[in-house]
Design a protein around this ligand. Structure first.
Ligand code: ZN
Length: 570
């Protein structure tokens, strides 16, 4: 038989084997002993903390032929069939994989039939918040009048997305993240069972990376074990396998960010990439580091972190210049980047933009809330070449020197980085472009609500270049950013937002700075008569009942633009 993942092999089969969720397992056992079982339970909490594990133990416990103190015996026919996954009366539905439409329909049809072989028919619905609306409604109907032989166990990582109608019909339990100690304890047991020696530091590193989830911890241990040829797991090996960046490297990055040194931060990233670090892991590790800083800041301290004393002292010193709000903002920002990394075709760029935004956030001081909005705009020009060119580097150094004379980070007002000279400062050109400029805030807002990644690119790394007829030129701050914004989904998102902002007639072309120089030449800020006469102007008589907006548009746009807009708009 193939190697069984540790997570499955060591999956708890009794309530008492479940680590760290005693408030849940004790209540369930009591209910079982006293025969006061609800017909529907909701288990919610972070991924990999054992929700479906408890659901299966519960399924066994209610069906067990010889239960002991609310625990399943794991030996009777019912227990064994459930453990082996052969029980017909245990129905598991993963709402995340197919949103559960067929299964819920099936459920509704069959829920009233008596169980085939067990006492109870048990439905486990994982990620229940992902169900489609029709599926929810069907489920709700069943929950309203549940047959007495049916037990529902719903599990979700996002309880807040569940309708109140469902919540009110379940007994709910909230899972918590496991502490580092709890995870280390379990890892130690597993290592012992596998005949492996493991250093406490190595297990702590694994536990910290697992971020409170036992499933992740065991799967990380699995990866590390594959390299433990001599039956020993060391810290070095663990860090090498997991790709964790050691603490002092993160402390160096902290320093660059606090000093507002975008160039140094990007160089730091470059070094990490050269060293072969996985970007997503790097971001996750740095997120964990920021969280640690926040915990130190909040005086939650050593117990939660499980750090050696020297490292803790270092962390205390390093957390000093940050404010809580800055750290929370940074965690939010990086967390978003981490999510987007999964789908991004250019992960490095995404991380670079995130670092640039972090610099803005950390140098924003007391104004950090607004700094998060402002910083990207002023930093975007610097982002045009990820690896700092000599001239750029010098400019940053000068800026850094100027900043050094002022208090940094602690709470003074933002020190604006000098704007980069060049194309990015150019004003939009072409006749009628004012209207686009005016509506741009609205356009950005529509983009933001429909696609965050596009919004980030557009708001930090592009500007309105100009308007020629129906063609709106957007100028990206570099060739790379231009390529990104040209992707079908990004471009479609922008065009849709234009439409929502009443500029649906416009088409969009994304230009690199170089292309902008040639394409935008010949357009000028004022009305361009040459432009207009070059086209077939087709004057349209003003329609009756023109809205003020339409009048306005007619005064701004060439008539052929208004024509189309008129047809689809009103
Ligand atoms: Zn049993």
């Amino acid at each position: 038989m193939a190697h069984l993942a540790l997570y499955r092999e060591y999956r708890p089969q009794r309530f008492s084997d479940v680590v760290g969720q005693e408030h849940i397992t004790r209540t369930l056992r009591n209910a079982l002993v006293q025969g006061r079982l609800h017909h529907a339970y909701l288990l919610s909490g972070p991924r990999g903390t054992g929700k479906t594990t408890v659901a299966r133990i519960l399924a066994k416990a209610v069906n067990c032929l010889a239960p002991q103190d609310g625990e399943p015996c794991n030996e009777c026919e019912a227990c064994r069939r459930i453990t082996s996954g052969e029980a017909l009366d245990l129905i598991e539905i993963d709402a995340a994989s197919n949103r559960g439409i067929d299964e819920i329909r099936d459920l509704r049809d069959k829920v009233n039939f008596a169980p085939v072989e067990l006492k109870y028919k048990v439905y486990i619905i994982d990620e229940v918040h992902m169900l489609t609306e029709p599926a929810f409604n069907a489920l709700l109907k069943t929950l309203e009048e549940p047959p007495s032989h049916v037990l529902f166990v719903l599990a979700t990582t996002e309880k807040q997305k569940l309708p109140i109608t469902i919540l009110s019909r379940c007994q709910a339990f909230d899972y918590r993240r496991l502490s580092v100690d709890e995870i280390v304890g379990r890892l130690r047991e597993v290592c012992a069972a596998q005949g492996l020696r493991a250093s406490p530091e190595a297990l702590t590193a694994i536990a910290r990376q697992a971020d409170g989830g036992m499933r992740d911890a065991l799967s990380l241990l699995d990866q590390v074990m594959a390299y433990a040829a001599e039956g020993e797991i060391t810290l070095d090996m663990t860090l090498a396998v997991l790709g964790s960046a050691p603490l002092d490297q993160f402390l160096a990055l902290d320093g660059h960010l606090i000093e507002g040194d975008v160039g140094a931060a990007l160089l730091w990233l470059d070094e990490m990439v050269r060293a072969g670090k996985d970007l997503r892991q790097l971001v996750r590790d740095y997120l964990a580091h920021l969280r640690d800083l926040l915990l130190v800041k909040l005086e939650a301290g050593a117990a939660v972190l499980g750090l050696p004393p020297e490292a803790l002292e270092q962390m205390r010193a390093r957390a000093e210049p940050f404010t809580e709000r800055q750290l929370i903002g940074a965690i939010r920002l990086l967390g978003q980047a981490e999510t987007e990394l999964r789908l991004s075709p250019s992960p490095r760029l995404l991380v670079e933009v995130a670092l640039i935004r972090l610099t803005g956030l950390f140098t924003g001081g007391a104004e950090e809330d607004r700094a998060e909005e402002r910083a990207p705009a002023r930093a975007a020009a610097q982002a045009s070449a990820p690896a700092p060119a000599p001239a750029r580097r010098r400019r940053q150094d000068e800026a850094g020197a100027a900043r050094a004379e002022e208090p940094s980070g602690g709470g003074g007002p933002a020190t604006p980085t000098p704007p980069a000279a060049g194309a990015s400062d150019a004003a939009p050109v072409g006749s009628g472009v004012e209207r686009v400029v005016e509506a741009w805030g609205q356009v950005l807002e529509f983009v933001r609500t429909s696609r965050t990644s596009t919004y980030r690119l557009l708001s930090t790394s592009a500007r309105i270049g100009g308007l020629r007829g129906k063609m709106l030129y957007l100028v990206a701050s570099s060739q790379v950013f231009a390529q990104l914004l040209r992707r079908r989904e990004d471009k479609a998102t922008i065009e849709k937002a234009l439409e929502q902002a009443g500029l649906g007639e416009l088409q969009v072309e994304i230009l690199s700075p170089e292309e902008a120089e040639t394409k935008l030449a010949g357009l000028n800020p004022a009305s361009d008569p040459g432009e207009q006469s070059a086209r077939e102007a087709e004057p349209e008589p003003a329609a009756e009942g023109d809205s003020p907006l339409m009048e306005r548009l007619r005064s701004i746009f060439p008539p052929d633009l208004i024509h189309e807009h008129d047809e689809e708009g009103s």
